[in-house]
Design a protein around this ligand. Structure first.
Ligand code: CP
Length: 308
């Protein structure tokens, strides 16, 4: 997406912030519209904030999750989407485990399709809300020009659709993005996305205007069944090493520049990539990211979905 297109969405989302938390003049914008939320992978924030954004605009939503759908009987994603469109919905929001799943759905139906996260590929509305939150914290809401600012994205970058969308949006708007992690999670090849790569978190801590921590995405590491996130007290081997070198601990947070913000797309594995006290500190904008997600998704619906 071009800088101009990003700014159009971000400006619309910024202007909707006051209306994202209560009834407003926008409550009739999408009256009569029905939006289908298809979530074939677990979600708390994205699924509920798309639903809430739709309701704030007067639209109705219907929900389908992987568990309980006819996908278990062998129905393809393409057929599922075409059947739901045939019922007369006005737009489809879709999250898939497979990279490219949203594009497949978009190629299969005629109504607007919004990607709510496809595998390791992209999470576009997360990228928009991350930029909106960072720009707000840095006083750049007027132009969304992020030049002169830098953000470190830290952790399991290689598995992260959040990182890919954030890197695309942030660098397009002029921000310096440094991906930080062990070589297995932040390989040098990521520089092809327009970011820098650094393996030593401590080397860049004092320089950046913000840090976005990422969860280790155990479910995308190819093990079957995917292991659950371990209890912080029981970390061993490579996880213990990850925490030692790449977690944002209280000690590391104390070294950040004054005014640097701490971000995380959620869900947070407290005590692994992020200390409890850091997640809940004054520098944390994690819950503001969630709030801004509603405004972003309202802006996306208003841009893409037509009532009547
Ligand atoms: N940030 C995010 O996508 O969170 P959920 O998986 O809970 O939707």
């Amino acid at each position: 997406m071009s800088a101009a297109a990003l700014r159009t969405y971000l400006t619309a989302a910024r202007d909707l912030i006051p209306f994202a938390s209560g009834p407003s003049a926008h409550a009739e914008s999408l009256r009569g519209v029905i939006i289908a939320n298809l979530f074939f992978e677990d979600s708390t924030r994205t699924r509920l904030s798309f639903s809430l954004a739709a309701k704030r605009l007067g639209a109705d939503t219907i929900d389908l999750t992987g568990a309980g759908s006819s996908a278990s009987k062998g129905e393809t994603l393409r057929d599922t989407a075409r059947n739901i469109e045939a019922m007369g919905v006005d737009a489809i929001v879709v999250r898939t485990k497979a990279s490219g799943g949203a594009a497949l759905v978009a190629d299969s139906v005629g109504c607007p399709v919004i990607n709510a996260g496809d595998g390791k590929h992209e999470h576009p509305t997360q990228g928009l809300l991350d930029v909106l939150t960072f720009a707000e914290a840095k006083g750049r809401l007027d132009t969304f020009d992020l030049s002169g600012l830098s953000l470190a994205i830290v952790g399991d970058i290689i598995s992260s659709r959040v990182a890919r969308s954030a890197i695309a949006a942030l660098t397009t708007l002029g921000c310096r993005v440094i991906c930080v992690g062990p070589p297995t999670m932040a390989p040098k090849g990521l520089t092809c996305l327009g970011c820098e790569v650094e393996h030593d978190f401590d080397r860049i801590l004092r320089d950046v205007d913000g840090v976005m921590m990422l969860r280790i995405q155990f479910e995308r590491h190819g093990e079957s069944p995917a292991p659950a996130a371990p209890a912080p007290s029981g970390l061993t081997g490579s996880l213990r090493e990850f925490r030692a070198f790449h977690a944002l601990t209280q000690a590391r947070a104390r070294l950040l520049k004054p005014g640097a913000v701490i971000m995380h797309p959620g869900p947070v594995n407290r005590g692994l990539e992020l200390d409890h006290a850091v997640a809940d500190s004054g520098a944390s904008v994690i819950l503001r990211q969630v709030s801004r997600g509603v405004a972003v998704r309202m802006a996306v619906f208003k841009a893409l979905v037509r009532a009547g």
